[in-house]
Structures are given as structure tokens and as C-alpha cells.
Design a protein around this ligand. Structure first.
Ligand code: SF4
Length: 283
């Protein structure tokens, strides 16, 4: 199955953030200033009309730094994924067509080492007060991967409805100290498979996706670079080949491997795609 261009739209309401996480790709991406709300909505509406995406994904920067703008944005799309660091509370209720994805990078001590002291407890408090289903997204690197199963177990118990697992992707042309390669990457993927086998209705994945993540080299074959997910920064400059401008030879981005598995007809990936993205037939 070939997925169409613009099936997924990714935008940054702002490039500003209240945290400075050690692994964030924003460290090397351009960070234009915010557009005023009215101009932002007009530009987003143009993209909606051009691509008719099944889902609009909000990243950044921290999207919840612009809560009023987001409240208007989510009205434009059938489904919205808001990816937040979860530290700004209370988390607004944007209704049933907005799913909050909270970035959590390990049990408390590891998460705080990566994202800043006290951040884990703030997330827990904010999610305890949040009345809707939420999902978790985690980025594994050389510091946190051995703690994955413990983390999934904890957040299964806290009521997460889905769990995305990515591996750290370094800047294009580089390998940095957080990048998983060789035997360590193999061991990490075994933990990812263990988590998926233990919680198949929580961990978003499939055998084909994990095989692709193990290899990590998507140069020339990345579905995102083909535009299935189109990415724009806060000033609506297109980010190419993807939002994080990473090293395609050791890519760990969940979506890239997931969409590859969907296109290859991997049954578990298709099941998750239909759950999260709606009917791919309309795509
Ligand atoms: S998502 Fe695709 S384009 Fe982006 S770094 Fe990974 S392989 Fe490259």
C-alpha cells in the first residue's frame, strides 16, 4: 500500500520551550519567532485545504505555551495529536478529537536527568488532573533504554492509552553520544519487542517496524522524506526531509519506521494505523 502525500501534517505552534532537554533536535533546527494567532490560523487553514490530512500533529517548541491558539487549531482537523512535555498545567481539555501525547523519557530519576529536575513529578500531577485519555511518547537513548519495560509498566498502570517508542536520532551527518548503534542498539530493540509483547494493546509497533528500527538506515526510502508526513516550522517554512532534520542512516523516529511497516502491509502496524489515524482507505 502506498500512502499519500500529506496524510499527516506536523506543525510547530511555537519553537519556544520551557525546558532544554539534552537530546532535543531543536538544538540544531532553525527557530523562527512566533506568528500572531490570526496569521498562524490562516496559514494552517491553507495547509488543511492543500493536504486534507487525517491528523494534524503539534510539536515545537512546547505547543501548550500557546493554549488559546491550539484551541482554534484543533477545530480545523478531524483528529489532532498534541505532543507536550506535560509540565505546564492544567493541561487543557480540547475535546475528543485531540489526543495529548506526553513525552516521558524514563522513570523519574532518568527522566529528570534528561529533561530537568522536578519535571517528572509535574507531569504526574498534571495528568492526574487531566480528565481524558492520554498517550505517552518516549525517546530511547544510551542513558534510558534499559529502563523501558519498567517505564511502560508504570504508565500502563497510570492509564495511558497508547505508547510510542522512538530511538534518539542525531543531527544529519553525525553520531552523538546518545545514539544507539551496534550491539547496544540490538539489545535496545530486544527491550522494545519485550515491551510490545507484554503490552500489545498499549505499545504502538509491529515486527516489521522493529526490524526497520534495528537497521535504522532509511536513506532514500524514508516515507517521511516522500512527504507522507509534511512538516512546517512556526513560521510555516517547510522542514525537509523531516521535522527533525536528522541523520537518515541511524534514524530512530517512530513514525518513519511505523509508516514503512504500514506500507509493507505489516498486520500489526495496519491495526495500529487504523486505530490512530482512522481509515487509511480515505487516505
Ligand atoms: S524521519 Fe526520515 S527524513 Fe527524518 S531523519 Fe529519519 S530517515 Fe531521515
Amino acid at each position: 500500500m502506498m500512502l499519500r502525500e500529506g496524510l499527516l501534517l506536523q506543525v510547530d505552534p511555537t519553537e519556544r520551550c520551557n525546558l532544554a532537554c539534552i537530546h532535543c533536535y531543536q538544538r540544531w533546527c532553525p527557530r523562527p519567532p512566533d506568528l500572531p494567532d490570526g496569521e498562524y490560523l490562516a496559514r494552517l487553514n491553507e495547509l488543511r485545504n492543500r493536504y486534507k490530512p487525517a491528523v494534524c500533529i503539534y510539536l515545537g517548541g512546547e505547543p501548550l505555551l500557546r493554549p488559546k491558539l491550539l484551541a482554534e487549531c484543533v477545530k480545523l482537523f478531524p483528529m489532532n495529536f498534541i505532543v507536550t512535555n506535560g509540565t505546564i498545567g492544567p493541561i487543557p481539555d480540547y475535546g475528543p478529537n485531540a489526543l495529548i501525547w506526553v513525552s516521558i523519557d524514563g522513570p523519574k530519576a532518568i527522566h529528570d536527568r534528561i529533561r530537568g529536575r522536578g519535571t517528572y513529578d509535574r507531569i504526574v500531577r498534571n495528568l492526574d488532573d487531566y480528565g481524558r485519555p492520554f498517550a505517552v511518547t518516549t525517546v530511547l537513548n544510551r542513558l534510558n533504554w534499559p529502563h523501558l519495560v519498567e517505564l511502560v509498566d508504570e504508565w500502563a498502570g497510570r492509564g495511558a492509552c497508547a505508547f510510542y517508542i522512538s530511538l534518539h536520532t542525531p543531527q544529519a551527518g553525525r553520531i552523538d553520544g546518545l545514539t544507539l548503534v551496534g550491539r547496544e542498539r540490538e539489545a535496545c530493540i530486544r527491550e522494545v519487542e519485550k515491551a510490545w509483547e507484554g503490552w500489545p494493546d498499549l505499545v504502538v509497533g509491529s515486527p516489521g517496524m522493529f526490524k526497520s528500527m534495528l537497521d535504522g538506515n532509511l536513506e532514500g526510502i524514508c516515507p517521511l522524506a516522500r512527504g507522507i508526513l509534511v512538516c512546517y516550522d512556526a513560521a510555516f517554512n517547510r522542514r525537509s526531509p523531516c521535522g527533525m532534520m536528522g541523520n537518515c542512516r541511524v534514524c530512530g523516529l517512530h513514525y518513519a519506521h511505523f509508516l514503512r511497516a504500514v506500507e509493507e502491509g505489516d498486520e500489526d502496524a495496519l491495526r495500529w494505523a487504523q486505530l490512530l489515524l482512522g481509515s487509511l482507505g480515505k487516505a
